[in-house]
Design a protein around this ligand. Structure first.
Ligand SMILES: *Cc1c(COP(=O)(O)O)cnc(C)c1O
Length: 453
């Protein structure tokens, strides 16, 4: 055994071993030190417990190399968004306010009252923390939060139209994102799709004719990511809601983006708001939490209490429910909506959409100046930033970008990869960083990256 102990390498000598060079490039000194020390300790322990009869230093090195793959930064990490797409699905959709993130941290790093009623000392419902807030802001009678809008649509169709027909206009049989396709979602929910109308035109009589004993509900789907223009017709919410009531069937709207403020006040194109949908009389409305609402990934179902009560008993809820991280972030985001001015100022997605372009220009000039101090020259151009995927696809807001000189393709890759990750875009053979989605706190980091380009 003593021989084996003697074979253990010294920490400082192993630290300098050239076989660990690849780790040295990737990890900082402290991380590597801990890795090497832990591995030597672990072999010492194994010798003591007679778990190994022999070993080579190579074995220790191999383990260190293996472990180094997972050391250091998490794989899921911060990136700087210079793409100019505000709600970027691949970059995590909406950004949360830092104050919300702090509260989330406190909730999840402690025990909390997720399903505990502090007044009665009895079991509570996890939905209760946000339901009242959602109702107050939207005017809905009841609300339920699930994993995302896709889950919201599935659970509603399953509860209210399982084994029966759901009527959908052919102009609304959409695909959103990679895998949300209305016909597939319908099948998954156990409801049968009854298509009516044509791609460009659907009238109220198309819906009327399709209603029979097999009909459970009429579903309206918001065309989030495309437009139909030209010779078109669709039936408005109020008419759909009335038709449902006359025939004793439910009406539902998959609104997609949960727009809670009227953007036209801020010079941005008008999107139907959740409040408008509710007042049209539609029975059930579903929205996403992380698009134009600006919160965490979740889906929100808005409906009368009697429907919410039924959904709470649906077995899918066990699989679709949200955790404390999401509920904390959602509550924090919704609180801002109690005062619209605060929502527009504090919720990053809303702030970026409504912000005056002069503010963007100021940021562009500030970053340009910081770069000049390091002898890096850039120019500023006017751009249009996109509001982004699955919300207002064609809508843009005025913005400015910094244009870097050099091989655009190489620069794009350089900024994107490595320890610091900055996602820009190539436009007209130049690498540009759109300043709409870049914040003051990102600028030092961008300069640091640019120094070595
Ligand atoms: C975005 C969107 C969905 C999917 O929502 P997720 O929250 O991503 O699941 C469904 N329907 C519409 C109309 C949408 O815009």
């Amino acid at each position: 055994m003593n021989n084996l102990f003697r074979k253990l390498p010294k920490l400082d000598i192993l630290m300098k071993d050239e076989k660990l060079d690849e780790c040295r490039e990737k990890l900082n000194y402290n991380t590597l030190y801990t890795l090497v020390k832990n591995e030597i300790d672990s072999f010492r322990e194994k010798i003591k417990n007679r778990e190994i009869e022999d070993f080579e230093v190579e074995d220790i090195i191999k383990n260190i190399l293996d472990r180094s793959k997972f050391a250091g930064n998490n794989k899921l990490k911060k990136v700087i968004n210079g793409s100019g797409v505000i709600i970027h699905t691949n970059l995590g959709r909406s950004v949360l306010n830092k104050k919300i993130a702090e509260k989330m941290g406190e909730v999840v790093s402690n025990y909390n009252n997720l399903e505990y009623d502090l007044e009665t000392g009895k079991r509570g419902h996890r939905n209760s923390h946000v339901e009242e807030l959602i109702c107050k802001i939207t005017g809905a009678e009841g609300a339920l939060v699930v994993n995302n809008n896709a889950a919201a649509v599935i659970i509603c169709l399953n509860e209210f139209a399982r084994g029966k027909n759901s009527i959908v206009s052919r102009g609304e049989l959409v695909e959103i994102g990679g895998s949300f396709r209305i016909p597939d979602i319908m099948e998954l929910s156990g409801s049968k799709l009854k298509e009516v109308g044509t791609t460009n035109k659907t009238n109220i009589s198309d819906y009327e004719r399709a209603i029979d004993e097999e009909t459970a509900l009429i579903l309206k789907v918001h065309r989030s990511n495309f437009k139909i223009t030209g010779f078109t017709d669709e039936v408005g919410n109020r008419d759909i809601a009335n038709l449902g009531k006359e025939n004793g069937i439910l009406t539902m709207e998959d609104l997609g983006s949960g727009v809670l403020v009227d953007f036209s006040k801020y010079g941005v194109v008008k999107e139907p708001t959740v409040q408008e949908s509710i007042s049209s009389g539609i029975d059930i409305i579903t929205i996403s939490g992380d698009k134009l609402l600006g919160g965490p990934q979740c889906g929100i179902i808005l409906a009368k209490q009697e429907y919410i009560a039924r959904l709470k008993k649906n077995q899918y809820l066990r699989a679709f429910r949200v955790d404390k991280l999401v509920l904390s972030a959602l509550e924090g985001t919704l609180r801002y909506y109690l005062d619209e001015r605060e929502a527009v100022r504090e919720i990053p997605t809303l702030r970026m959409i409504t912000e005056d372009k002069k503010e963007v220009l100021k940021r562009a000039e500030k970053l340009q100046k910081m770069l000049i101090e390091k002898n890096i020259s850039t120019s500023i151009i006017e751009t249009r930033a996109k509001i982004g995927g699955g919300s207002m696809p064609e809508e843009t807001v005025p913005s400015y970008a910094l244009v870097f000189t050099g091989d655009a393709v190489k620069l794009e890759k350089y900024f994107r990869t490595g320890d610091i990750n900055i996602i820009g875009r190539v436009a007209d053979d130049s690498f540009i960083l759109d300043m709409k989605t870049i914040r003051d706190e990102d600028m030092e980091i961008i300069v640091e990256k640019a120094i070595n380009m």
